[in-house]
Every structure is written in structure tokens, then in C-alpha cells.
Design a protein around this ligand. Structure first.
Ligand SMILES: O=C(CO)[C@H](O)[C@H](O)COP(=O)(O)O
Length: 221
């Protein structure tokens, strides 16, 4: 069955001097999700948004709020973003002590009425996630080292995506596969062919005509 690819523009690359105009363009585009990169300056070497920013965006748009927390304390941070209306919270395997702890947090997030994703950095073997796959709503493959927009896509991410897609078919799991980092019309197509459902794109979407850029990423799988 064919399904539509979800495009999740990352507000990391949004031009904050043009925020109203860019948000209007986004809402007029085919993008259904908005991707929030929350960074604490410690888990990754960059510092970004707190929950007030999410609350502000919620007043302006009904786009699905996809919150990726790159922080040392996902238990605390997930809670405050859920309180402000996150629809999906994705935390990092590397920020937790064990996969068992990840499963506990995943269930806590879902109990709070929010969908839960798990993410891994490029250096982490994808197989570490095997035992959490039955619980999560989404798996996010980082195709750059997290921290900054504008980096080049790591091609070996395609094997990791294909692994998750095969596993999902074999074991009849329902999670979405998302990829983030260096996504454009060329790398995005490769990811779709490998089995991805959600493309996060920052600099590609926000540099140029937003509606056209989103459209160029959108195709059937
Ligand atoms: O999570 C991120 C960085 O850690 C960003 O979402 C990602 O890098 C998107 O930016 P770009 O599309 O410019 O690569």
C-alpha cells in the first residue's frame, strides 16, 4: 500500500526575523509536522528552545508538534514539553543508562497522552534498539551528528533505515521511521527508497521558497 511521506520542517533553520511570514508559508505548504530541536548545551554542543517557544507556536498553528529532545535529562524535559502540547517526544538512547530505562520512559510519555520516539546518534549501532521497537511510535535516525543544521547527510544512515524497515515488516511493528540531518530532494529520495516515513529538513526547506521545497521532498513510497 502506498502512503504519503510526512515532511517535518525543523525550526532550527527558521529565520526568526521573518517568523510570521515563514510560518504562514509553512502552513500553506504540504508540511503536516513541525520539528522542534531542543538542545541543552551539554548532551550536544548547542543551546536552543525551552517550552515557551513551543507554547507560542501552538497559538499560531495546529501543525503536529514533533519535539526531539537532545538533552541529558529526558525524563524531566519530556514532561515539561508534554505539558505545553508536544504531540510526539523523541529522546535519545545515549542519554539513558540502559534500554530497560528507555522502555520505562517511553511508557511514561505515552501514559501522559503523548506519542513517543527514540533516537540514536550516527555512531550508535541500530541493533541496540531491538527490544524497544515493540513499544515506540517512532524511531529517529540521526543522519548527522546532532547539534547543528547545514551538515552533510551520512550515507550509511540508509542501511540503518533499511534495517528498521525490515524489522518492522518481519515483526509487524507499527513505528514510523524518521530521518534528520542533511535532507534535501536527493538524500530525501534515497531515504524514502530505504523505508523512511518522516523527513526532517531544516536548511533545505527554509532557504528558498518554502512551499516548493516541501513539495520537492513530498512523494509517494
Ligand atoms: O537535529 C538537527 C541537528 O541536530 C536538525 O534538525 C537537522 O540537522 C536539520 O538541519 P538540516 O536539515 O539543515 O541538516
Amino acid at each position: 500500500m502506498k502512503s504519503e511521506i510526512i515532511i517535518a520542517p525543523s525550526i532550527l533553520s527558521l529565520d526568526y526575523s521573518e517568523v510570521d511570514r515563514q510560518l504562514e508559508e509553512l502552513m500553506a505548504s504540504d508540511a503536516k509536522w513541525l520539528h522542534f530541536d531542543v538542545m541543552d548545551g551539554h548532551f550536544v554542543p548547542n543551546l536552543t528552545f525551552g517550552p515557551d517557544i513551543l507554547r507560542g507556536f501552538k497559538k499560531k498553528t495546529s501543525l503536529f508538534m514533533d519535539v526531539h529532545i537532545m538533552v541529558d535529562d529526558p525524563t524531566f524535559v519530556s514532561k515539561i514539553f508534554i505539558e505545553q502540547g508536544a504531540d510526539m517526544v523523541t529522546f535519545h538512547y545515549e542519554a539513558m543508562n540502559s534500554i530497560e530505562e528507555c522502555i520505562v520512559l517511553c511508557k511514561e510519555i505515552q501514559k501522559q497522552g503523548c506519542k513517543c520516539g527514540i533516537s540514536i546518534k550516527p555512531a550508535t549501532p541500530v541493533e541496540v534498539l531491538d527490544s524497544i521497537l515493540e513499544y515506540v511510535d517512532l524511531v529517529l535516525i540521526m543522519s548527522v551528528n546532532p547539534g547543528f543544521g547545514g551538515q552533510s547527510f551520512m550515507e550509511d544512515s540508509l542501511e540503518r533505515i533499511a534495517y528498521l524497515d525490515n524489522k518492522r515488516k518481519e515483526d509487524q511493528y507499527n513505528y514510523l521511521i524518521e530521518v534528520d540531518g542533511g535532507i534535501n530532494d536527493v538524500t530525501g529520495k534515497k531515504c524514502i527508497d530505504a523505508g523512511v516515513d518522516v523527513l526532517v529538513a531544516g536548511s533545505y526547506v527554509f532557504k528558498g521558497n518554502i512551499k516548493e521545497k516541501v513539495k520537492s521532498l513530498q512523494c509517494q513510497k
